[in-house]
Design a protein around this ligand. Structure first.
Ligand code: SF4
Ligand code: SF4
Ligand code: SF4
Length: 177
């Protein structure tokens, strides 16, 4: 089992419904977020291309954040989901410093938080909240070891990229291009 997400940059309209859904589903405090929208501009005027992307923790297969954590609070769950045991986190911030994607934040209650791939929903057979609300259906989630999963089918038929591959973290969030 290897959970992954594929996000279609050609279909994302930057509406932020995924951000709002995540904040509601996961009780993310006001002023913080587990996912966010990036507007990347490429080229030079007048030949400009704009890519809208919903970003979050990449649930890296080779996570510097898990290695950096001194207490074991940052860990892998089944299927490679990277998560934080809040009660084992001392809030030292080593994981925040080690993440090349700035995907973690310090929760006001004293622990570090980030996207969990909504494993509380996934373990019940539901899709992550952000995936389930997207009005353009531009996000796909599933098991890369299952060739019939939504995410496997998209990666078989489309071109894709990952963010900052040079960091060597082996991200499990793929962007369809
Ligand atoms: Fe860790 Fe950052 Fe990778 Fe998420 S994106 S697994 S927080 S290194
Ligand atoms: Fe681990 Fe918490 Fe320190 Fe992050 S802030 S490295 S999760 S103890
Ligand atoms: Fe938020 Fe869940 Fe989507 Fe992660 S998978 S960004 S926790 S809604």
């Amino acid at each position: 089992m290897r959970y992954a997400m594929a996000i279609d940059t050609l279909k994302c309209v930057g509406c932020s419904d995924c951000v709002v859904a995540c904040q509601t589903e996961n009780n993310v405090p006001i002023g913080y977020c587990r996912d966010w929208i990036v507007e990347a501009v490429d080229g030079t005027y007048p030949q400009l291309e704009i890519e809208l992307r919903s970003e979050r923790c990449n649930h890296c297969d080779n996570s510097p954040c898990v290695r950096a954590c001194p207490t074991g609070a940052s860990h892998y769950k089944e299927g490679g989901i990277v998560a934080v045991y809040h009660n084992e986190c001392i809030g030292c911030g080593a994981c925040i410093q080690s993440c090349p994607y700035d995907a973690r934040y310090s929760h006001p209650e004293g622990y570090v938080d980030k996207c969990t791939f909504c494993y509380h929903r996934v373990e019940k057979g539901q899709k992550p909240a952000c995936v389930s609300v997207c009005p353009t259906n531009c996000m796909y989630f599933g098991d890369l070891d299952d060739e019939n999963s939504d995410v496997s089918r998209m990666l078989k038929t489309r071109k894709y990229k990952v963010l900052a591959p040079e960091a060597g973290t082996k991200p499990m969030v793929y962007y369809l291009i």
